[in-house]
Ligand binder design. Sequence first.
Ligand SMILES: C[S@@+](CC[C@H](N)C(=O)[O-])C[C@H]1O[C@@H](n2cnc3c(N)ncnc32)[C@H](O)[C@@H]1O
Length: 224
Amino acid sequence: MILELLEWIATPCPWSARTNRLLAAQIGIRHRAKRCRAAWNGHLEACRKFVADSVGALPADENLVILGSGHLNDFDLQFLLRRFQKITLVDAVHPIEIQIQASLSRGRLRLIATDLSSPSAEIEDLVSRSSWSISSCLFSQLPLFSNEDSPTLFDRHLALLRKSPRAVLITDVAKRLGSGPWQSLIENHPLPHPAAEWLWTIAPAGESGPLVEERLVHAFVMNG
Ligand SMILES: C[S@@+](CC[C@H](N)C(=O)[O-])C[C@H]1O[C@@H](n2cnc3c(N)ncnc32)[C@H](O)[C@@H]1O
């Protein structure tokens, strides 16, 4: 708790990320990821593999933009730095260790702090000029920190990804507690058939309640 508070104070970020709880949520993710490392491993590996298979391994003079980059838990950054010349990370707030990494990257990692619930013209332009855009584990979160309705936010995010020459979308689409029923996280907004799907044990029993919480994750390649 004290570590989390110190990190909250020390992280340079827009004031809005403090007031709308995005900074606190992101710091919480770092600590949860540590506690749940074993349970999250399969999901993180599946994200990294899906991205690697989609973008291919051959280095090219191409640019990548990652939307909702956070701690980059879902990504193999060394692989991406071999594959792409420049990578722009976009998030409402960038964790302090990512800010340090970017400052040491000789310009290969660029950071933009902005609210992606309503992308600016600068973000739309960036996405349309990047060779690839990746949105990983952001989509279902968009309604959590916004007053706008979910279908509007989902439509806007899909429209943003469609501007990119090629895009990857990875998102949890449903959750269940224990052996209970699956509940949709993207109600009224069905997505097309995914290219891959897997289960993510987001909270083992005891982490946020007595029952294990699982997520169904879908992954898509768009605009190919
Ligand atoms: C579940 S985390 C996924 C993190 C990341 N993909 C990773 O590999 O670690 C969701 C991320 O989306 C960001 N986020 C959520 N809502 C956002 C918004 N409206 N605008 C910008 N970023 C947002 C959060 O700050 C967080 O870093």
